[in-house]
Design a protein around this ligand. Structure first.
Ligand code: CS2
Ligand code: MG
Length: 402
């Protein structure tokens, strides 16, 4: 079998998605998500100008060799653009291999390690009462785990709070929206939120919270300690993690479980965090961390240190990523949880898929490959609409971490 064609499909059914489609001389095709929120066109160019010409004529079955060729052969290794492009190729090749074998990708990886994949949804509110109600809505939908984010009184544009009643979409303006961050107000407020959630919903529901890189290590330590009475499933992205050692400071002060990694793109971004057991969940995802082939390496390293997976699954990761991720999640022995921010009906129509949600768990389905395809005719109806993620500033104007 030979790769005869590879095309990048950009579509915007309410938000931008970038998909790589690889076609072969035996009529089998595979797809992979290449979406990098706010930087989509960089990955499109990387794929079209620097990757696709290298794929034509290759044997799609040689997934590992092609991965190594694209990673080592680039000379300029790692980075979100490069690794998202490699991820898209990798995912499409696993999709093809599954279709040729007549098996879903989880079977190729080693079979199911569980009957279903526990997911968490995103509840958010304009105040504590609203957030308590929203978490209740997700519990009624059957979720066993819910992420809770709430507007902080007096702080405009708090991270994670939807503007409408539907989906939380952070990349919603052509130029970055400027938001303000107020750490003291947040540190005072967050424990109140989770106290109210525990009082309203009891001790069993798994509650997660995304700090979204906003705190310094010692502030994150303070928050982790303050949240201990409310037993969070995890406190995510507590502090920017380029300096992996920073998590030592947090770890010294709190037993609140820590999750990090959605913006990581290689095993080297998280090796020290995992080897020093500074985190409990690694959030790396198929689309941004080099695909299934590399994510498997990260998960295997994590397993040695009892770190579990908790892959990113926001709406800006396409259903092609979700399908691949759920196949991975069903197999990976040290699975923790999968984020599942539902896509809109328009997006679901562009990406017909086999995966399903039931009573707090998901399953990738048993279609061969990743169980997702792209309806190119429908995709063509949605023009690319350039959008940027927001930025954050402190009240004195200092550029901060969004
Ligand atoms: C968030 C994301 O889902 C999460 O944990 O961190 O929504 C993140 O803000 C977006 O993926 C950025 O594009
Ligand atoms: Mg996050």
């Amino acid at each position: 079998m030979k790769i005869t064609k590879a095309r990048v499909i950009v579509t915007c059914p309410g938000r931008n998605f970038v998909t790589l489609k690889i076609e072969t001389d035996e009529g089998v095709h595979g797809i992979g998500d290449a979406t990098l929120n706010g930087r989509e066109k960089a990955v499109v160019a990387y794929l079209e100008d620097h990757v696709i010409p290298l794929l034509i004529g290759r044997d799609p079955a040689r997934i590992e060799d092609i991965w190594q060729y694209l990673y080592r052969g680039a000379y300029w290794r790692r980075g979100p653009v490069t690794m998202s492009a490699i991820a898209a190729v990798d995912t499409a090749l696993w999709d093809i291999k599954g279709k040729v074998a007549g098996l879903p990708v989880y079977e190729l990886l080693g079979g199911a390690s569980r009957d279903g994949v526990m997911v968490y949804g995103h509840a958010n509110g304009n105040d504590i009462a609203h957030t308590v109600d929203e978490v209740g809505r997700y519990i009624e939908m059957g979720y066993k785990a819910v992420r809770a984010q709430c507007a902080i009184p007096g702080v405009k544009g708090t991270y994670g709070v939807a503007k409408g009643t539907m989906y939380y979409e952070p990349a919603d303006s052509a130029l970055p929206e400027e938001t303000v961050w107020n750490t003291p107000a947040y540190l005072n407020f967050a424990p109140e939120l989770f106290e109210a959630l525990r009082i309203a919903h009891g001790p069993d529901i798994e509650l997660l919270h995304d700090v979204h890189h906003r705190l310094t290590p010692i502030e994150a330590a303070r928050l982790g300690k303050a949240l201990e009475p409310y037993r969070l499933f995890w406190m995510e992205d507590a502090t920017p993690a380029e300096n992996q050692e920073a998590f030592k400071l947090i770890r010294q002060h709190t037993v609140t479980p820590l999750a990090v990694g959605e913006i990581f793109n290689s095993i080297h971004d998280c090796r020290e965090l995992i080897q020093n057991q500074l985190i409990d969940y690694i959030r790396t995802t198929v689309v941004h961390a080099g695909g299934i082939t590399h994510l498997r390496r990260i998960a295997d390293l994590a397993a040695l240190y009892q770190v579990r997976t908790g892959s990113h699954g926001a709406t800006d990761l396409s259903p092609a990523c979700m399908g691949a991720a759920l196949n991975f999640d069903l197999w990976v022995p040290n699975f923790g949880i999968q984020e599942y921010m539902r896509h809109t009906p328009e997006t679901d129509a562009v990406f017909p898929h086999a995966y399903s949600f039931s009573d707090g768990f998901m399953h990738p389905g048993d279609l061969p490959g990743i169980g997702v395809d792209i309806d190119e005719e429908l995709a063509a109806k949605y023009e690319y609409d350039p959008k940027q993620l927001p930025i954050a500033r402190l009240q004195d104007g200092t550029l901060w971490n969004w």
